[in-house]
Design a protein around this ligand. Structure first.
Ligand SMILES: N[C@@H](CC(=O)c1ccccc1NC=O)C(=O)O
Length: 275
């Protein structure tokens, strides 16, 4: 073989080998994926095309579970005087669109800063109970609602957040959000039924539940049954979620921008979903 021919033959063999390695790497990755697929963070198969904000704007008069003001803003510096703006905040962790960390209802559960960041991005399942909530303020997400969701959308995705869409978000600026009854104390708004929470814990790998109301439990609950079942199990909750009606029942990816405050039992979060 002439010098040129030898060089060309070596080059061609090298290219073939590179091709071979590339092909085996792809095949290897595919095989690995079949053997132990890493848990999917993203619900959708294609790149997301829009982001929906699921966070209510936090204001000092934002409605609270016990009715008292829980968020206070004190201006420390203002632009007119100081040429910059800085406010100081005082707030209860469970105010506005916020997370309930496992520690909220347990002696030594995970605090908000300890929740692994990979648990804060997950597929979102939206259970729409608006119809029954429109005629019954005390409506609850029941095992039947979960079964109906599965019937329509397939199995619950791995490691999902299951959200209740009751339509209550539209009442956030009015007294109807707390909806105190004639006895002057009992609230009436939708939430999760304890048996639905148990079903999600026993039959799915759901890691979070979310509500568009002030509590995971429905308004008249006397005992925080869902809080006491769900949170000590190491799972988290989201309350006062906005804009669920803009999201599909299945297929969105939730991102929870929970605060990383040491020892926090929860805290206001920027919550959004990619569709
Ligand atoms: N649904 C509310 C309940 C709540 O905030 C709460 C429940 C029991 C005892 C105190 C509470 N918040 C007080 O500031 C929450 O879990 O954030």
């Amino acid at each position: 073989m002439c010098h040129h021919c030898v060089t060309e033959s070596v080059k061609s063999r090298m290219l073939n080998r590179r091709d071979f390695f590339r092909r085996s790497a792809v095949a290897g990755a595919a095989a690995a994926a079949t053997i132990s697929a890493p848990q999917a963070l993203f619900a959708q198969k294609a790149m997301p095309t829009k982001v929906e904000d699921m966070t209510h704007t936090l204001t000092e008069d934002f409605p609270t579970y016990f009715g008292d003001q829980q968020f206070f803003v004190k201006p420390l510096f203002n632009y007119a005087e100081h040429k910059f703006n800085i406010n100081e905040w005082r707030l209860n962790e469970h105010t506005g669109t916020h997370m309930d960390a496992p520690l909220h209802f347990s002696a030594d559960g995970t605090s908000v800063d300890e929740i692994p960041v990979g648990d804060l991005v997950c597929p979102l399942a939206v259970i729409d109970i608006r119809e029954k909530a429109s005629t019954d303020a005390d409506a609850q997400v029941t095992p039947d609602d979960i079964r109906a969701w599965i019937e329509a959308n397939g199995d619950m995705p791995e490691g999902a957040c299951v959200a209740m869409l009751s339509g209550w978000g539209e009442h956030v600026t009015t007294d109807k959000f707390r909806n105190v009854g004639e006895d002057g104390k009992t609230m009436h708004f939708p939430g999760f039924h304890i048996e639905a929470a148990q079903m999600l814990m026993e039959e799915t790998s759901t890691k979070g539940i979310a509500v568009d109301t002030l509590s995971l439990d429905h308004g008249p609950s006397p005992d925080f049954a869902v809080h006491y079942e769900w949170l000590p199990s190491g799972r988290w909750g989201l309350e006062c979620i906005a804009n669920l009606e803009a999201l599909p029942a299945a297929g969105a990816t939730l991102v929870v921008g929970a605060p990383k405050v040491k020892g926090g039992s929860g805290g206001p979060a920027r919550v959004f979903a990619m569709v």
